[in-house]
Design a binder for this molecule. Structure first.
Ligand SMILES: Cc1cc2nc3c(=O)[nH]c(=O)nc-3n(C[C@H](O)[C@H](O)[C@H](O)COP(=O)(O)O)c2cc1C
Length: 254
């Protein structure tokens, strides 16, 4: 499969994952097509539920399409700036086709919609990790779900396909790589044998650490940089029309 990766310096996986930070400022340098092909083919090796491979990757390099996608994602300029944008799609269209070839129909429900979303998420993460391992920057774009029907039209997606998130890929100036964003403490995320409920004091400690990180970047932030944002933003339903729009695109959630 890989005939080109030996030509680029590839960091070991553990180091790549440990050094992750989202990149939102890209150089115009293109990604060589053989390298891009290797990254995409590596992503296609991702595990997939019941071997359904219920996802598709739409590789967008045309500047005009990226401009329109950026506008649909609330003017996220990095989508315009990166040389390659990959729409990571949940895809049950091929499952319909396969069923039809044998005179049956796909029984759609929440489960296979979730399978398609998980498959897409895994392949997209593999693509991101592969890209970062060869020195590219990445950022995932969930704002593809702001206007899912318009995005589907723009990319020519058939019924049964929607963009779960997008992925910007491109080179960046290493000296402008942002500082890593602090994560919640390991003890809150990693449980041994049995789940341990989170201690609010540990969340408050993370608030202080995250606020200090944002301030060091010159950003304004509430003192409760994590809990405060969760409490404020997510007390309102996000993308409340999403279910109806995704049903319009051929998915079921019942
Ligand atoms: C599914 C998903 C969707 C995201 N959507 C966006 C987005 O629309 N715009 C953006 O700038 N970052 C987006 N991000 C990046 C997150 O903001 C980022 O991963 C998080 O704040 C942690 O920062 P880090 O990746 O630099 O460590 C998304 C991340 C994920 C996993």
């Amino acid at each position: 499969m890989t005939t080109h990766l030996h030509e680029v310096i590839s960091r070991p996986t553990l180091e790549t994952l440990q050094q992750h930070v989202s990149i939102r400022r890209y150089l115009p340098a293109p990604i060589a097509q053989p390298l891009l092909d290797d990254l995409l083919n590596a992503a296609r090796r991702s595990p997939t539920s019941s071997n359904m491979q219920a996802y598709s990757l739409v590789v967008v390099q045309a500047a005009e399409t990226r401009q329109r996608l950026a506008a649909l994602a609330g003017d996220q300029k990095h989508i315009e700036q990166c040389p390659v944008f990959v729409a990571i799609c949940a895809d049950v269209a091929r499952l319909h086709l396969a069923a039809g070839m044998h005179g049956t129909t796909l029984a759609q429900n929440l489960e296979n919609s979730m399978v398609a979303v998980v498959d897409a998420a895994l392949a997209g993460m593999s693509l991101a990790t592969a890209a970062e391992s060869v020195g590219l920057g990445t950022v995932m774009i969930g704002a593809m779900r702001n206007h899912p029907v318009e995005v589907a039209e723009l990319l020519g997606l058939p019924a049964g396909v929607f963009v779960v998130y997008g992925l910007c890929l491109g080179y960046y100036e290493p000296e402008r790589k942002p500082a890593q964003k602090p994560r919640l403490p390991a003890a809150l995320i990693i449980h041994h044998e049995r789940y341990q409920p989170a201690d609010p004091a540990a969340l408050a400690a993370h608030d202080a650490e995250l606020a200090a990180h944002y301030r060091s970047e010159g950003r304004t932030t509430p003192d409760a940089a994590w809990t405060g944002v969760i409490a404020e933003k997510f007390s309102r339903p996000q993308r409340p029309h999403l279910r109806a729009l995704l049903e319009k695109l051929g998915f079921r959630f019942d």
